[in-house]
Design a protein around this ligand. Structure first.
Ligand SMILES: Cc1cc2nc3c(=O)[nH]c(=O)nc-3n(C[C@H](O)[C@H](O)[C@H](O)COP(=O)(O)OP(=O)(O)OC[C@H]3O[C@@H](n4cnc5c(N)ncnc54)[C@H](O)[C@@H]3O)c2cc1C
Length: 398
């Protein structure tokens, strides 16, 4: 396998770099560079800029308004965006509901919804997990009962990221009775978040931010036209979606960026009159993380190369390996940054300050990303669950 980019891809990288340099608003760049989470408006602004350039459909085929890029081009594009401190594009739209509709949605749904999903005219969120259904998602209880042209949905969802911003939620509901296997009685619905009967309660996480929510559905009427695919076949569509999610969670460029940030911090700080970077133990840790990130990059190259040869859109179970390593390394890098910051890295809430209030000294915003990243080995499927997938689907263990 060739790991160096050929001339064509080097040129592509330069083209993307110029585009991001020219078009990413400096205030947004600064916020992300300092490690703050993107606000809704930051994501919307950047997504709009990329969509106007015709590049929002990073992994989408041309017939649906996408770029038609190869997996390698996709990887280069996303890496350049992350290294330049751009916010992520809206992943629930682009990597989850969009591809599911392309694969399993009706022609009418594709025509009506995909352009709005691509351009972020509608903001989507993911309502899969429930209070008693996380890793064991098939035990979900939110139920839908058919009533003419509608389903009537009752139940609740938990950990729904950014539901407070969402226009729509894609969700899994139980439609089959106890005579069926749990996986065989699940239906995939798309719910209008403004429908009567929906209420949202924030869940504030350990970093003080409002990222996740509880979503309650109380006699919510969902038109049958908002069902994806067939009734009781939702598990198949959900598995496809979750595999794409794992790929999207593994953000190698962001890792490299955060390690550079930690290194710069170590260069700028002193202890006892000596620059922290003179500490051999610290230098060794940075070098170790550098090597591990490089190893992850190579794994990503291998997954991408394998994808290029696979059937279009086929999810790769090796994405679980990327997910585990990327989330563990993110935690390690952010922990290192907090240690470098020392006592000055204490939390500096609020997590969404106005542009003029952004900490001038990045040290003040180290603890929150570190704390939030504790969840990286849980969301998108916990590390233990990824290991189960690897054992079964990569190593072939039964
Ligand atoms: C910040 C954040 C954002 C999230 N965003 C969303 C979202 O937008 N939409 C959404 O639907 N969900 C979301 N989630 C939910 C996430 O997918 C679940 O938290 C995750 O799947 C784990 O489920 P759980 O929390 O119920 O834990 P549990 O499933 O109860 O697991 C508890 C522990 O047991 C372990 N465990 C469970 N089963 C096994 C097994 N079979 N073998 C070995 N170990 C096992 C787990 O690894 C974990 O350590 C989010 C979660 C977080 C923390």
């Amino acid at each position: 396998m060739k790991l160096e980019l050929d001339d064509e891809h080097q040129r592509f990288r330069q083209q993307v770099r110029r585009f991001v340099d020219d078009s990413l608003p400096p205030a947004i760049r600064r916020r992300i560079a300092l490690g703050y989470p993107a606000r809704r408006e930051d994501t919307a602004t950047w997504h709009g800029i990329v969509a106007a350039r015709g590049w929002a459909g990073v992994g989408w085929p041309v017939e649906h308004g996408g770029t038609g890029w190869s997996p390698l081009r996709r990887m280069i594009f996303l890496e350049e965006c992350m290294l330049a401190h751009a916010p992520d594009l809206q992943g629930f739209n682009l990597y989850m509901i969009g591809p599911v509709l392309m694969a399993y949605g009706s022609e009418e749904q594709q025509k009506r919804l995909l352009p709005r999903i691509l351009n972020l005219d509608d903001w989507w969120c993911q309502g899969f997990s429930e209070p008693n259904a996380g890793s064991d998602l098939a035990s979900l209880r939110t139920a839908a009962v058919r009533d003419g042209d509608h389903y009537v949905v009752n139940g609740s969802k938990l950990w729904t990221s950014l539901a407070q911003h969402a226009d729509f939620m894609f969700t899994l509901v139980r439609t089959g009775g106890p005579e069926r296997k749990p996986q065989d009685g699940i239906t995939f619905l798309m719910v209008d978040m403004k429908a009567p009967g929906i209420s949202i309660r924030p869940v504030i996480t350990i970093d003080g931010s409002h990222h996740v929510n509880e979503v309650f559905l109380d006699d919510v009427r969902v038109p049958v036209s908002m069902r994806v695919g067939e009734e009781n076949r939702g598990w198949t569509y959900a598995k496809y979606l979750l595999s794409n999610e794992r790929m999207a969670v593994a953000k190698v460029g962001r890792l490299r960026d955060r390690l550079d940030f930690a290194r710069e911090l170590a260069r700028s700080l002193s202890y006892g009159g000596r620059p922290l970077m003179e500490d051999a133990g610290l230098r060794r840790r940075i070098a170790q993380l550098e090597m591990e990130i490089r190893a992850l990059e190579l794994t990503q190259h291998r997954v991408v190369a394998a994808q290029a040869g696979a059937a279009a859109g086929a999810p790769d179970p090796a994405s679980s390996i990327l997910k585990i390593r990327a989330s563990e390394l993110l935690q390690a890098v952010l922990e290192l940054a907090v240690e470098i910051g020392g006592p000055e890295a204490l939390p500096a809430w609020p997590s969404h300050p106005a542009d003029e209030d952004l900490a001038s000294d990045a040290i003040r915003y180290l603890a929150e990303p570190y704390l939030f990243a504790r969840s990286a080995t849980i969301y998108g499927g916990s590390s233990e669950i990824q290991k189960n997938i690897i054992a079964k689907n990569v190593l072939g263990l039964k």
